[in-house]
Every structure is written in C-alpha cells, then in structure tokens.
Design a protein around this ligand. Structure first.
Ligand code: BES
Ligand code: ZN
Ligand code: ZN
Length: 501
C-alpha cells in the first residue's frame, strides 16, 4: 500500500506539516498555528496567499523535525456549494505538495467538523478518501523510479473535539476500502487495451469476487450468443478478443432487504467499429470500460461493509473494432429481451451491450431498482462540462436517492429531463428501435437514455452517463491529467448504503 493513514491526537513527527486556513483574517489563524515562522503574515501577503479555495503555499520550516509547512486554503463557506468539497481539495493539495517535496511522511492538522456542518466520522472518512485519491498515480509503465508513486505515511492530527479515536476507526476503515476501490478502478481504466482485454478484465473481476466472497458467474462469447444477446455479439464480433458478461452477487442476511442491480458499460476499447472514430476522439477510448470498473469495485466495498441490501453487479465486456467480421451499419440485431434494433452507427455501441445486460438483470432478478453507469455519449460533456455526471431516470424517488449519494460521496450528478417528448427519438421503420436518434433530436445524452429505457421494463431506473467525468480531470487536485478518475465507485457505494430500509 502506497499510502498509510493514521489518526493521532497530538502533532506527529513528519517531514511535512499541513494546515488549513479559511479565506480572510489570516493573522489570527496564523497565530494559532502550532509552528511559528517569522514574518509569515508578510510572506503570505507578498506571495498573494489569501486562503482561497485550492490555493496552497509551501514554506521551508525548521521546527521539531518538520522540513516544510504547507498551508492550504479552504476558501469561504457558501451555502450553494458543499464546503466539505473544499476540504477534500485542500487535503489533496497538501498531499500533492508533499509529493513535490519528496516527503516520506506528512502530518495534517484537521479543522473541526462543526465548521463543515458534518459529523466527525464523515469528515474523517472524506479526508482519508481524498488523500488516497490524491496519492494515487498510474505508474505501471514508468521505468524511471523517480516518477513512480511515492510511499507516504500520513497522520491526521485530531484535537480533543474529535473525541475518542477508537470510535473513528470504522470511518478510517471504510475510507481505506473506498480509496482502494476507487484507485483500483482507476488502475483498470488506465491500463491500455493491449494490456487489458475483456478476458483479462473478467479474470480480474473474478479475483475480486473471490477475495471478498461474492458469488460470481462469467459467460463467454459463445454463451452470450446462445443466450440471445445480439447486442453484445454485434459489438464484439469485429474483435479478435472474446466478449464476457460478468455477474457478481452480494446477498445480505435480511430477508426483507431490497434488491438492486448495478450495470456498467465495459468497452475495453472503442474504435467506433466500421463507423470509425476520427483519430483524436479515439485516443482515450481505453476509458470506455469505466462504468464496468466502477460497478465491480463498488461491489468490493459493499461486500466488506455488508449493508442490508442485496446487490447484483453486472458488467458486459467487449471490444469495438472494425474488421471483416465486424457488424455493419444497417445490420438488425435482436436483444436478450426479444426487441430488435437497426444499427445505423456502430459507434453507438455502449447502448447495445447495456441493452442485453439490463434485460438480463431485469429478467433474472426481482429488482427494486437498477442503476446503470456508462461512458455513453460525447454529448454529455457539452451538456454538463466535467464537474457533474449526467443522471436520467424514470423514477423521481430513486433519482433523488442517487443524487443524494452523489452529494454525500463527492461524485456529483445532475439530472437531465426525460419527458415523453424525447422518447420518439430512437424510432426505426424496419426494427423496434434505431441505435441512433433521427437528426432533429440533438440531446445525445437523453437520446441514449431513451434507447436504454426499452430494456428496463417499469423497474425504477437511473442511468448515469460518465463520459464527461471518467477521464482526464487534472483540474481537480485529487485526480491527474491523462488518467482515470474512478468516478462512480464512491457514488454507487453510498447509493447502496442509502437503499437500506
Ligand atoms: N464511448 C463513446 C462515448 C464517449 C465519448 C465516451 C467521449 C467518453 C468520451 C460512445 O460509444 C460513442 O461513441 N458515442 C457516440 C454516439 C453517437 C454515435 C450517437 C458519440 O457520443 O458520439
Ligand atoms: Zn462508441
Ligand atoms: Zn463507447
């Protein structure tokens, strides 16, 4: 493990000391720091450090063994934005700052939870997860040791207001599970498609399931074809790699517990197929299995936390390639639920594999809710930018529960409209559906959801489009440029916890 986190009561010895300040009134805050630097107030003025959100400053320190002091800004508390997010970012800035100082150890003095209007354990949980995310680096193929992820010992220093440390241990444990799960999702997504095929990923998923005692089933491509999953086959048939359908099951001991299914898009690489993508849009398409990675890694946390909810995790895995055996624009396919679709564009492949996977969980389990998560449409980024994933739903209460899980976890979502007016967009004259919308419908993210709705019957359903949040969000300090975010893991876990009666 590259990051070891401890909770301590008094200032721990470390290479770097991290402290937080809110914007404004720096003089009083500097006075109450546990270390003093002469002229600090003037230095901060000269360096224009005001304690603003995401600002930080690193100063050399020669005090009680510390080599550096990093001050990170929390900004101002505003009602319209979750203040705890400022703290997640500030913690991440400190972790990254200590990485730049080549520190081996870091002590961070935490502000009081009351300041953020949250409980002590929630604050601990969130800062520990943020630190785990900030420290993670995809370094598998870097041969220069100096560029690899650093091993860091991190102590969070808690004052007496936090009470008994042993009571906070559960929060730290949950955070470690969560942090590791998000980082493992990121690792899988960052692995390029020449190192991660559907078969290899399915094997990794089985390994996860075995480690945490989840029931698991893996269908191979021949079984997928035999079961009538024409969508997965249509996508996978152009690839030399076989498709897989991975199903994991977590069963709790409460016979009255609700049952939910989580379904994640797992396209190991999306070339667009014969409707080939232009080179630039293809560049990052190893990310197209981020939904599947989120589902399986959330399942891992769920298996450890044992909530009173039954959870099915389902990940259809395939590669979308052009070749002599590839599916063609104009082909008509039949899905697991018997519906047919005309494939007008082979680049709209995610909805095809999700159609079979959704039909499968709907037909084989008695579900109270189903949530799918997918890097589904480029349009999502135009609709929302990069700070909210898109949520579309046929059920207001479920939409609300998932939205709240997004707020709690930090994986925020924004609901898009889904009224009947949109729903005629996927019509075809020669099949039940077309896989792309007719020209006058421009809301690509909503159009894709209209397609998927044909495969969920009337089960309460939430669709999450993470095409805009799964990759390359270097502007957030706990993520890195040209790397995966692991978006959805935190949200799905909190969603399942929130479904407990
Ligand atoms: N995997 C892509 C969507 C995507 C785009 C994910 C950018 C991440 C970043 C998806 O399979 C796709 O190609 N969608 C098409 C659909 C269109 C053909 C209707 C798109 O968004 O252009
Ligand atoms: Zn595509
Ligand atoms: Zn895709």
């Amino acid at each position: 493990m590259a990051l070891q986190i401890k909770l301590v009561n008094s200032c721990a010895q470390a290479d770097v000391l991290g402290c937080f300040v809110t914007e404004g009134d720096l003089v009083a805050q500097i006075d109450s720091l546990p270390v003093q630097i002469s002229n600090l107030n003037q230095i901060l003025i000269d360096r224009k450090f005001t304690g603003a959100k995401s600002a930080n400053i690193c100063l050399p320190l020669n005090h009680a063994g510390y080599k550096y002091l990093i001050l990170a800004g929390l900004g101002k508390a505003k009602n319209t934005e979750p203040y705890i997010e400022n703290l997640r970012r500030a913690v991440s800035e400190v972790v990254r700052g200590s990485e730049s100082c080549s520190a081996k150890s870091l002590a961070i003095i935490l502000p009081a939870a009351q300041k953020f209007n949250v409980t002590n354990s929630y604050l601990i949980e969130q800062v520990c997860i943020a630190a785990q995310l900030a420290n993670h680096k995809f370094d598998t193929y870097l041969t220069d040791k100096a560029k690899k992820e650093v091993n860091l010992e991190l102590s969070f220093v808690l004052d007496a207001n936090f009470g008994d440390l042993s009571q906070l241990q559960a929060a730290l444990n949950k955070a470690n599970l969560m942090g590791n799960a998000v980082n493992q999702a990121r690792q899988w997504i960052d692995l390029p498609a020449n190192h991660l095929t559907p078969t290899i990923l399915a094997d990794k998923m089985v390994e996860v399931a075995q480690k945490c005692g989840l029931k698991h089933t893996v269908f191979g491509e021949q079984e997928i074809i035999k079961m009538g999953m024409g969508g997965i086959h249509a996508v996978s048939r152009g690839s030399a790699e076989d498709a897989r359908l991975v199903v994991l099951e977590y069963k709790c001991d409460d016979t009255n517990a609700p049952t939910v299914a989580l379904v994640g898009k797992g396209i190991l690489y999306d070339t667009g197929g014969l409707s080939l993508k232009p080179a630039q849009s293809m560049e990052t398409m190893k990310e197209d299995m981020a939904g599947a990675a989120a589902v399986v890694n959330a399942m891992q946390v769920i298996a450890h936390l044992k909530p009173k909810v039954n959870v099915i995790g389902c990940a259809p895995l395939a590669e979308n390639m052009p070749s002599g055996t590839a599916g063609r624009p104009g082909d008509i396919v039949t899905f697991y639920n018997g519906k047919t679709a005309e494939i007008k564009n082979t680049d709209a492949e995610g909805r095809l594999i999700l159609a079979d996977a959704l039909s499968y969980v709907i037909a084989n389990y008695k579900l109270d809710a189903v949530v799918d998560i997918a890097t589904l449409t480029g349009a999502c980024e135009y609709a929302l930018g990069n700070f909210f994933s898109a949520l579309i739903s046929n059920h207001d209460d479920l939409a609300q529960i998932v939205t709240q899980a997004g707020e709690t976890s930090g994986d925020r979502v924004w609901r898009l409209p889904f009224t009947d007016d949109y729903k005629s967009c996927m019509a075809s004259n020669i099949a039940d559906l077309s896989n792309i919308a007719s020209g006058r419908f421009k809301a690509g993210t909503i159009n894709a959801a209209c397609f998927l709705q044909n495969f969920v019957k009337d089960v309460p359903w939430v669709h999450l489009d993470i095409a805009n949040t799964a990759y390359n969000l270097g502007m957030l300090p706990y993520y890195r440029a040209d790397s995966a975010t692991g978006v959805g893991v935190r949200l799905l876990v909190e969603f399942v916890l929130g479904m407990q009666k």
